[in-house]
Design a protein around this ligand. Structure first.
Ligand code: DP6
Length: 331
């Protein structure tokens, strides 16, 4: 099954003539239970379900308009060369929808690109939401989530705010693999970004994931670990048990990285400063600060803590940038 078959199925009753312009915002998201491994690489269908928290006003705003000729793509005000990885990915995705024209695409991202801070998730989600406006598709969130997944798996979670679960699904066409928001809220929860490096990573998550599934000796244990952690995160969100949430999220992230380390060649996103930061979190916890971390396919740490501990956290981690997941910015 090809991406274009999925698009055809979802858009069979929609207009295919674009309007003048579409514009939308989508938040970045951080997974508390990670997505790592695909059962279908073409459609970005995951082996396991995953669960994330959207990052409020931290995300991407994308504006899109049709134009004659080739695509032109801007990122944070700078035009991207058509052969850059960013523009090439955007154009390849737009091929799924265009007839015989190009697009102007302008993205403003508040998230460092490619540093493991889920920038592609908010980027593709914002692009899909902007296309929905441009074409007047009037699609529901479930279909938008599926379309975003075709751009990047984790993007399917960024079409929602709050806590979001991406159901792995089992169908070959992926129509049951989409994200849904959870009814739970936790206004006190905060995320702190401890940036170790903003440099582009040497191995992208797509390649790292593929190699882990193909060669990771520990990968076989991952689906069971995710199933356990999903139950834990759900229970913690239900009862607002912060320690339970933090433990599940930190353990899930470290287990994901363990599967990567068991691949050959090994996949390691950590830098020496990442490990230093982990020790700093563990030391702070020893001193009584309720703080846990999660990490994605990059060297940076994302700290989980509660608003009531903000001043302790600011003292422990003066360089941390705090994200308030409930603060929303509308395009
Ligand atoms: C470690 O969604 O970027 O951030 O589907 O190949 O585009 P593709 O991968 P991507 O992978 C994200 C992996 C992760 C974990 C997560 O966000 O769940």
């Amino acid at each position: 099954m090809k991406k274009s078959d999925v698009v055809k199925a979802l858009l069979s009753e929609c207009a295919c003539e674009p309007g003048a312009r579409g514009r939308a915002f989508a938040p970045a998201n951080i997974a508390l239970c990670k997505y790592w491994g695909k059962r279908d690489e073409e459609l970005n269908l995951p082996i396991t379900s995953s669960l994330s928290m959207s990052l409020g006003a931290w995300g991407a705003t994308t504006e899109i308009a049709p134009r004659d000729g080739a695509d032109r793509v801007w990122l944070n005000g700078g035009e991207q060369r058509p052969d850059s990885s960013f523009a090439a990915r955007v154009s390849a995705y737009l091929d799924l929808f265009r007839t015989d024209h190009g697009f102007d695409v302008r993205t403003e991202s508040r998230v460092p690109i490619a540093a493991g801070l889920a920038s592609s998730a908010s980027g593709f989600a914002a692009l899909v939401l902007a296309l929905n406006e441009l074409y007047g598709w009037g699609l529901e969130r479930r279909a938008l989530s599926i379309l975003a997944r075709l751009g990047s798996g984790s993007a399917c979670r960024s079409v929602h705010d709050g806590f979001v679960e991406w159901h792995a699904g089992s169908r070959a066409d992926g129509m049951d693999s989409f994200a849904e928001p959870l009814a739970r809220t936790w206004p006190e929860l905060r995320l702190g970004i401890l940036e170790v490096s903003a440099a582009e990573k040497a191995i992208g998550s797509r390649a790292g994931m593929k190699s882990t599934v193909a060669t990771g000796a520990l990968y076989a244990s991952w689906p069971e670990k995710v199933a356990d952690d999903l139950l834990e995160v759900h229970a913690a969100l239900e009862t607002h048990d912060f320690e339970r949430l933090g433990r599940a999220a930190e353990s899930n992230a470290l287990s994901m990285h363990a599967t990567m380390l068991s691949a050959w060649p090994p996949v390691l996103y950590w830098l020496p400063d990442s490990v230093k930061a982990m020790h700093a979190v563990w030391a702070a916890r020893e001193r009584g600060a309720p703080v846990y971390f999660t990490m994605d396919a990059g060297p940076n740490l994302k700290l989980l803590f509660l608003e009531s501990d903000r001043s302790i956290m600011e003292k422990e981690f003066p360089n941390m940038r705090i994200v308030e997941p409930n603060e929303r910015e509308d395009a």
